[in-house]
Design a protein. Sequence first.
Length: 127
Amino acid sequence: MQREQFLKAIGKRLKELRGDRSQENISNELSKILGEKRTKEAYQHYEAGRRLLPSDVLWGLSQIYEVSTDWILSGKEKAGGKKQPEILPRFYKDTISMAEIVQSLPAEKKAAVNIILEAMRSMNKKG
């Protein structure tokens, strides 16, 4: 398969996965997962088959759409057909829920949560 056909096939699968959601919605969700801004225009290039997906974007889209990276790239699951447990999507949803709770707190309570998180982070670095 030539590169152009390969990219177009990936784009077709991405468009199918997106369904009636907007490209902006997907790029915003991707930005949250990856922790850095991803634009709607970049996503449009992936879906149109004009750009190859960087590995982090491929992983992020597999989390959003809850499919394997193999399926996005080839339309096929890994050999053996076993699906991996969906730990990361569940973790992501839990993280969003926690962030929404923290976001609704008054400033002094947010500061207290931040102190607790920093203490936990430094404990993890030590051992």
